[in-house]
Design a protein around this ligand. Structure first.
Ligand code: FES
Length: 161
């Protein structure tokens, strides 16, 4: 394990109750686990392996294969900035600088309160809206550095609801 304390098992128990105890449910269980914990905690993966009767190595290999999964804790909201060509040309780096300034972290890092993680991504298929910034599930096309605080605040309000 990685030295982190064990996480609350209650969400996992609830997730496992929805699926057959079989390897066929592995990816769906991992998706639900990621949604519940915002990452795949090592101790949870060990319990998933036991519950589905799948070798732990297989669970880890699935957990590391898919980019959507993270083995390290993520913020409650992932802030993605597209750095594909169209977004790069239209000022993605200025957006990233402003997000870094507001959150005081760099891409790949998570704020101390676990509120946000910043990630850079390749073209998300919305080049006509460049530059694109995605806060949680919300796409902001034509994103402007001056509006970054507003984009982030809207999500924080969602967290409080
Ligand atoms: S380059 Fe950013 S959406 Fe295509």
């Amino acid at each position: 394990m990685n030295g982190r304390p064990c996480v609350d098992a209650a969400p996992l128990d609830e997730i496992l109750a929805h699926y057959p105890a079989s390897e066929t449910a592995l990816i769906q269980v991992l998706q639900d686990v990621h949604r519940a914990y915002h990452y795949l905690p090592c101790d949870v993966l060990a319990k998933v392996a036991d519950a589905l009767d799948v070798p732990l190595a297989k669970v880890f290999s699935v957990g590391t294969f898919y980019k959507a999964f993270s083995l390290v804790p993520q913020g409650r909201t992932i802030v993605r900035v597209c750095t594909g060509t169209a977004c790069h040309i239209r000022g993605a780096s200025r957006l990233i600088e402003e997000i870094e300034r507001q959150l005081e972290i760099k891409p790949g890092e998570t704020t101390e309160d676990m509120g946000f993680t910043i990630k850079t991504v390749n073209c998300v298929g919305a080049c006509a809206m460049a530059p694109v910034m995605i806060v949680g599930e919300t796409y902001h096309g034509g994103a402007e550095p001056a509006k970054v605080a507003k984009y982030l605040a809207e999500t924080e309000a969602d967290h409080e609801n």
